[in-house]
Design a protein around this ligand. Structure first.
Ligand code: PMP
Length: 387
């Protein structure tokens, strides 16, 4: 009998056997010719996933927060204006990071949790101040809302403002066309939809972002994240030359190479469509069970995860019951509603049977919690989408 539980949190996620196999390969030197090739290839493949043929990729040992830190450290100088489009916990984090580098931060927020600021509100804010950067959280993992990057990045560019997209919970799952949409920085972490165990921070910078970095007049206030150090390293790997600044996470880069190739084999359009289908199956199932979701509408919902309120008469003990039924899901994160909802990640290699198992475990847990509903209704609703 398999005694492992299915991991359905919004990262880390379930990884493919091939990716996990790469983690167990003998570790090479970071300047071994085969590793140089693997890292060089991974950098090239990142452009295909971010849909950014003109972008400058960075691969660093660290988590998603380092990717955010790197973007802020290299672009912000003392006194720069930063507009934070705030959709939850991780947008708050970007505001704090920007402040740490001396930015004057202005925030535009939705009035209620589960909503996103309107394009008009964002434009009004851009008009009313002087900004160098606008940060956006593509999918805020605390609320499961998704913002319209295409529209908002376009507005930012029309005001000459650089758009920095936290795509930690979106890249390789949600649609994100970095070059076509004029996104200046897109960043992510390995443990989410890109499908590699935790430990890599991934950043893609547009030519405009690199130009803004080159035009700095003050030093980068972060030693480890300084592009002056990392740019020559990334260029060397792409040119298949040995180089060193900080030791790369060799096995993780190997695993990233495998995952990026698997993503390429599936193709970005098909991958995005699969995420949409699985997400719809899950969300329809929750509705069929009478469970309310955090995002106010489907258009504002992520496809990489769902945020679901505990139904009346139940509470966070539901999480334990879902776990006892073999599936791990996550509790709440947004401070205003933390104890009222749970989160389910459905990204990366996720398939139809994973989502049916998850819905089955939720139904089992609801029965244990004495919630009254028609058993099997959620599974039926999901199966209708997955057929
Ligand atoms: N941004 C978003 C949208 C996230 O979901 C996360 C992680 N859940 C982060 C940033 C921070 O990433 P990490 O935990 O890898 O530092």
């Amino acid at each position: 009998m398999k005694n492992r539980k299915l991991l359905m949190i919004p990262g880390p996620i379930e990884f493919t056997p091939e990716v996990l196999g790469a983690m167990g390969l003998p570790t090479t030197s970071h300047v071994a010719p085969n590793f140089i090739n693997v890292c060089g290839e991974a950098l090239e493949l990142m452009r295909q996933v971010f849909l950014s043929p003109t972008g400058q990729p960075f691969i660093m040992a660290g988590s998603g927060t380092l990717a955010m830190d790197m973007a802020a450290a290299n672009l912000i100088e003392e006194g720069d204006g930063v507009l934070v489009v705030n959709t939850g916990y991780f947008s708050d984090r970007f505001a704090k990071i920007a402040q740490r580098y001396g930015a004057k931060v202005t925030e535009v927020r939705a009035s209620v949790v589960g909503d996103v600021p309107s394009a008009d509100d964002v434009e009004k804010a851009l008009k009313s101040g002087s900004f160098k950067i606008m940060t956006l959280t593509h999918v805020d993992t605390s609320t499961a809302v998704c913002v319209d990057i295409k529209k908002l990045a376009h507005i930012a560019r029309s005001y000459g403002v650089l758009s920095v997209v936290d795509g930690v919970c979106s890249v390789a799952g949600e649609e994100l066309r970095q070059d076509e949409w004029g996104v200046d920085i897109a960043l992510t972490a390995s443990q989410k939809a890109i499908g590699v165990p935790p430990g890599l921070a991934l950043v893609m910078a547009s030519p405009k972002a690199m130009e803004a970095f080159r035009n700095r007049t003050s030093p980068v206030r972060n030693f480890y994240a300084d592009w002056n150090e990392w740019l020559p390293i990334m260029k060397a790997y792409e040119e298949r030359r040995p180089s060193y600044f900080g030791t790369p996470a060799v096995n993780l880069v190997w695993a990233l190479n495998v995952s990026l190739k698997q993503i390429g084999e599936e193709g970005m359009e098909k991958r995005v469509a699969r995420h949409k289908r699985i997400s719809r199956a899950f969300k329809d199932a929750m509705r069929a069970l009478g469970l309310k979701q955090v995002p106010l509408s489907d258009e504002k919902s992520a496809t990489t995860l769902s945020g679901v309120y505990y139904p009346d008469g139940t509470d966070s003990s539901l999480l334990k019951h879902i776990g006892d039924a073999g599936v791990i899901v996550a509790g709440g994160l947004h401070p205003q509603i933390k104890d009222k909802y749970f989160r389910v990640g459905h990204m990366g290699a996720v398939n139809g049977s994973d989502i049916l198992s998850t819905i089955g475990a939720i139904e089992t847990a609801l029965v244990k919690s004495n919630y009254k509903f028609d058993k099997g209704r959620g599974l039926q609703a999901a199966a209708a989408i997955l057929e």
